[in-house]
Design a binder for this molecule. Structure first.
Ligand code: ACO
Length: 333
């Protein structure tokens, strides 16, 4: 791994995204499960999501997002010191998806591992990348957030199948001589006591005592949506408040808020409670649904592509997910 001097800053050299071709609208879902376009839009803000076909995988979407990020960054794959793949839906546990992606892009000697922090996974990875680069242990790190959760849902379970979508986003982080660039505040939290609110049981023994209620569909995601919702609303607001307080900023001092796209009502309640400037809170859940670990990097890529964000005021990123996990990052572009 390349060593660079301590005290460097970090910048985002390039980002990329890859989403499946098939768009599954709420109207399409009405034909699969007892639901309505109106209910889904009202309760979640989702209009459509992407769904992977048999040949679109966590591996292929992650690889494609990374190739785009590399092209935008001007950095060669062979110069990557590390590839972190944030995902909970990879095709194989062994080897890591990161290992297979490193071979596919030609990052032959990069350190590779997968990171399972669900929807907070990309932010966990981004925070780790910043720290590794800043302290001189690495120079170039790729973080990919990618999920194909539509393969894990029970399509007859309307409380879960309407939420999730598939996709991938990637970012290349690199050392910068200006130490003020990059992460100026970060948090990574967890509370394992709440893991039962969202899990993926494969065998009977995976189902925790007290959660045997029908229907338990092994091989499919089991989600207690209302509990997650309550937890998420509180943690989301706390994480943003904490980030503002720690950096001494007011809500208007932030150029953009990039929130995990879980449910529009969770984001709207943070806007209302904290009086955030709504035009600076990015929303794309209407087009993609909840893409878990891919949500934040897809937002980041769209915002950079549209040149909505750039040097100037910091951005705040915040996510929560299964585990439960939550994380934040205040970033100077
Ligand atoms: N269509 C129509 N009606 C529905 C649907 C549906 N798709 N789903 C539930 N309902 C009904 C229920 O049966 C219930 O009816 P009842 O009152 O007659 O019993 C009613 O709507 C309300 O059900 P709730 O479960 O309370 O619905 P809620 O408003 O909480 O919305 C949702 C459900 C959207 C899942 C919400 O709880 C949520 O967004 N939770 C957070 C989920 C989340 O973020 N999960 C991802 C974590 S990320 C990760 O790490 C992968």
């Amino acid at each position: 791994m390349t060593a660079v001097p301590f005290g460097r800053g970090v910048r985002i050299a390039g980002t990329g995204r890859a989403v499946p071709a098939e768009e599954l609208t709420n109207k399409d879902l009405e034909k699969i499960v007892d639901t309505s376009d109106e209910w889904i839009q009202q309760r979640t803000g989702i209009k459509a999501r992407r769904r992977a076909n048999d040949s679109e995988t966590v591996f292929s979407l992650g690889r494609d997002a990374l190739l785009k990020a590399l092209a935008h960054s001007g950095i060669n794959a062979s110069d990557l010191d590390m590839i972190i793949v944030a995902s909970v839906s990879g095709e194989m546990i062994c080897p890591s998806t990161a290992a297979r992606i490193s071979e596919a892009v030609g990052a032959d000697e990069a350190a590779v591992f997968d990171l399972a922090a669900a929807c907070s996974g990309f932010l966990y990875g981004m925070n780790l990348a910043d720290t590794m680069i800043r302290c001189g242990r690495a120079k170039n790190i790729a973080v990919i957030g990618v999920e194909v959760l539509t393969r894990l849902v029970d399509w007859s379970d309307r409380s879960v199948s309407i939420i999730f979508g598939d996709g991938a986003g990637a970012a290349i982080f690199t050392a910068d001589p200006d130490p003020s660039k990059g992460c100026i505040h970060q948090t990574m939290h967890g509370d394992g006591r709440l893991w039962r609110t969202l899990y993926h049981p494969k065998l009977d023994r995976d189902v925790p005592a007290g959660d045997e209620a029908n229907p338990i569909r092994l091989g499919h995601l089991r989600m207690h949506g209302r509990e997650i919702y309550k937890f998420a609303v509180t943690r989301f607001q706390e994480a943003i408040r904490e980030a503002l307080d720690a950096t001494g900023m007011k809500v208007d001092d932030v150029q953009q808020y990039i929130c995990h796209q879980s449910n529009i009502r969770i984001i709207e309640s943070a806007i209302e409670k904290l009086q955030l400037p709504a035009d600076r809170v990015y929303i794309n859940i209407d087009r993609y649904g909840n893409t878990s670990a891919a949500s934040i990097p897809i937002c980041l890529d769209e915002l950079l592509e549209a040149k909505t964000i750039g040097p100037g005021k910091p951005i705040i990123l915040v996510a929560f997910g299964a585990g439960v996990t939550w994380a934040s990052c205040v970033w100077n572009m």
